[in-house]
Design a protein around this ligand. Structure first.
Ligand code: SF4
Length: 272
């Protein structure tokens, strides 16, 4: 069996930054609103270190130190949090850049279209930067149902498939004469997808290490499959225990997946 470790993989700039900020606050036993990043192992590790993860502000005691996750929050949540707690905001600067973009569009009176998953924390945060309604779409078919406008502004979630996003933008360009588009898919996402596409040409199976909730992990599996390889999303080495394996395997990891799980999987495969 030939095993390749795909580069780049794993922690991106935004995740490293958010985790370092949380590490620095550990002596204060901070609270974190939502998962700091979408990965159960990381959340579990921090719970062991005394960090408390909550889903809403009512669960945070007065005067606590509250950390906002890397995915960002709505303006309203941020305002309430700052009124009641000491706040550390770990929102990735690339997510913040998208926040500024949609605010800029709204200030110019341009209708905003967001490409992404409506239930994802990042899209909820992005939507919550606006006073007015925005239109959320996740595929080319959704474009047909959008109203007609003279001009639209388009923003994206940071962790989308590069290829799918291009197709959706093409469909939008067919529908609207004037589009102001800022590609919000971050460089870390783009680079990881490009590397997986390349690896899929010479490997039968691409193992993606990541949380089932992680958008960028799920996109890596899709990218590998559409490039012709088989692919599986693995949270821990346990997920591999009943599998059989082909001769050529490449391993990657989502931007929020810890490298120690990659090492455990590599060790398991070497002994297979
Ligand atoms: S995937 Fe991109 S946007 Fe998300 S935290 Fe990493 S660098 Fe930031």
């Amino acid at each position: 069996m030939k095993i390749t470790l795909i580069e780049p993989r794993g922690f991106c700039f935004g995740v490293c930054r958010a985790l370092k900020m949380l590490d620095d606050l550990l002596p204060e036993h901070p609270y974190v609103l939502h998962e700091i990043v979408h990965n159960k192992q990381i959340v579990g590790d921090y719970q062991q270190k005394g960090v408390c993860f909550v889903e809403n502000l009512d669960q945070v005691p007065p005067k606590a130190h509250l950390v906002l996750s890397a995915h960002g929050v709505t303006k309203e949540i941020e305002k309430k949090a700052r009124q009641n707690f000491t706040v550390t905001d770990t929102t990735c600067p690339f997510v913040k850049k998208n926040h500024r973009w949609v605010q800029e569009l709204e200030a110019k009176g341009i209708p905003v279209i967001l490409i992404g998953k409506a239930s994802h924390a990042e899209i909820i945060g992005l939507l919550g930067q606006l006073k007015q309604k925005a239109f959320i779409i996740s595929n080319e078919k959704d474009v047909d149902a959008l109203p007609n406008f003279d001009c639209v502004g388009v923003a994206t979630q940071t962790t989308l498939s590069v290829d799918d996003t291009q197709q959706i933008v093409l469909a939008l360009q067919k529908k609207y004469k004037n589009i102001l588009f800022q590609n919000g898919v971050c460089m870390a996402t783009q680079e990881r997808q490009k590397a997986v596409k390349q690896a899929a040409l010479t490997n039968q199976l691409i193992i993606v290490v990541g949380d089932k909730k992680s958008s960028n992990a799920n996109r890596l599996v899709e990218v590998a499959k559409s490039a012709g390889a088989d692919s599986v999303l693995v949270e821990t080495v346990e997920d591999l225990k009943n599998m059989s394996f082909p001769d050529t395997i490449a391993i990657t990891a989502a931007a929020s997946a810890p490298e120690r799980i990659v090492a455990e999987i590599l060790d398991f495969l070497k002994r297979y």
